[in-house]
Design a protein around this ligand. Structure first.
Ligand SMILES: Cc1cc2nc3c(=O)[nH]c(=O)nc-3n(C[C@H](O)[C@H](O)[C@H](O)COP(=O)(O)OP(=O)(O)OC[C@H]3O[C@@H](n4cnc5c(N)ncnc54)[C@H](O)[C@@H]3O)c2cc1C
Length: 346
């Protein structure tokens, strides 16, 4: 039996491969880059939101499982670190602060200062989400792939899939830079490259590749304690003394990105006392796969030879999605949680 081939070792492909391998499925993961998380996953802010935020389309049916699936992964992969710091969000004026949802609380200046003691001008009000967390997305992808290998998966880096291998209208594997790979099912987790790989199929997989820039900043450890989302920036500590800072989107030129990264650093320095020694380590712009109507997860052909899994906020959703996709592929029973995520197959 040729088994399952998964294309792309971002957070989604790493999670799907891990969950298939731990169920004993013969699985091969093909990644064009030299290591996992070579795509947008490596450039992610990686805020794990359990409440609040936007949950488009079928994502609404998935977010209730996020906490339990992350807890489960932490027990299965003991070397991953989920930083459960909670988050603080506020807007320019108290009136514009969003209404708290379930698991969220509107708090005042005294509580904000207790949570973020280094803020120079704490806002009057903010929404506090104690359950929010962050993860190192590259480390998590590596941990998933390592654990998948321990369960018998084969992982090939520097192996770009050039096309699906079609025989008499059926996909029987993939063609790669290193030769063909036969598969009973091809799972496409190649992020923004999925539409191109699916071009020969009659599936509607239109999606945007939305740019977003992330800066890395060296800072005194503990300067930022929670995930802070103010009107001028989003920042969190990914590990001691290492901050991730989301840079507001600007015109798509190198000079504009450099200026925007420097401006975001200045905002950070103005907002936090003790940040004079903060230093920009670098910044990168990733292209986020953004299907128009929420996650797209399911078979992309009527004969079930090709399966796709692509979504925004995939750092939050990948543990749950990996589990559900593996269950579907192993049992052939559709997961009800994914019923609103199906690709349109023409
Ligand atoms: C600045 C920024 C902030 C973000 N913040 C958050 C956040 O706070 N929370 C959150 O949940 N999400 C966030 N996201 C979004 C999140 O990062 C993405 O949803 C997620 O990383 C997508 O993962 P993926 O596995 O689908 O794609 P990718 O990580 O792009 O993985 C696809 C992989 O496929 C490989 N590949 C592509 N084509 C081929 C081919 N032909 N052959 C072989 N391999 C191939 C690529 O090299 C890549 O490794 C953010 C993104 C950015 C850029």
């Amino acid at each position: 039996m040729s088994g399952v081939v998964v294309v792309g070792a971002g957070i989604v492909g790493s999670s799907v491969t891990y969950h298939l391998a731990r169920q004993g499925v013969p699985v091969t993961l093909l990644e064009q880059g030299p290591a996992p998380a070579a795509g947008v996953t490596g450039d992610s802010f990686a805020w794990i939101r359990e409440s609040g935020g936007r949950w488009p389309g079928g994502a609404q049916d998935l977010h209730e499982y996020v906490r339990a699936d992350y807890r489960r992964l932490e027990s299965e992969l003991p070397h991953i670190t989920v930083r459960r710091t909670g988050s603080l969000s506020w807007a320019d004026t108290p009136a514009a602060v969003s209404q708290p949802g379930p698991g969220q609380f509107r708090i005042g200046r005294r509580d904000i200062t207790a949570l973020e003691p280094h803020l120079v001008h704490p806002p009057e009000q903010a929404v506090h989400t104690p359950s929010d967390a962050g993860v190192d997305p590259t480390a998590l992808s590596h941990a998933l792939v390592t654990a998948a290998c321990a369960h018998g998966a084969t992982v090939l880096h520097d192996t770009a899939v050039t096309s699906l291998q079609l025989t008499n209208g059926r996909v029987e594997g993939v063609l790669t830079s290193a030769g063909p790979h036969a598969a009973t099912t091809v799972v496409l987790t190649a992020g923004t490259n999925i539409p191109e790989l699916c071009a020969p199929l009659s599936a509607d997989l239109a999606m945007a590749a939305a740019p977003a820039t992330l800066a890395r900043v060296a800072a005194p450890p503990g300067l930022v304690k929670t995930i802070v989302a103010g009107p001028d920036f989003e920042v969190r500590e990914v590990r001691d003394g290492d901050l991730l800072l989301v840079v507001p989107h600007v015109a798509d030129t190198a000079a504009a990105y450099e200026q925007a990264a420097q401006r975001a650093l200045q905002h950070l320095k103005t907002a936090f006392q003790g940040s004079d020694r903060c230093r920009l380590l670098g910044y990168r712009t990733g292209r986020r796969p953004m299907p128009a109507h929420g996650p797209v997860i399911g078979y992309a052909t009527h004969d079930r030879s090709v399966y796709v899994a692509v979504m925004h906020s995939a750092i939050t959703l990948a543990p749950t999605v990996g589990r559900l996709v593996a269950d579907e592929l192993v049992t052939s029973r559709p997961a009800p949680e994914l019923r609103r995520c199906r690709p349109r197959v023409l």
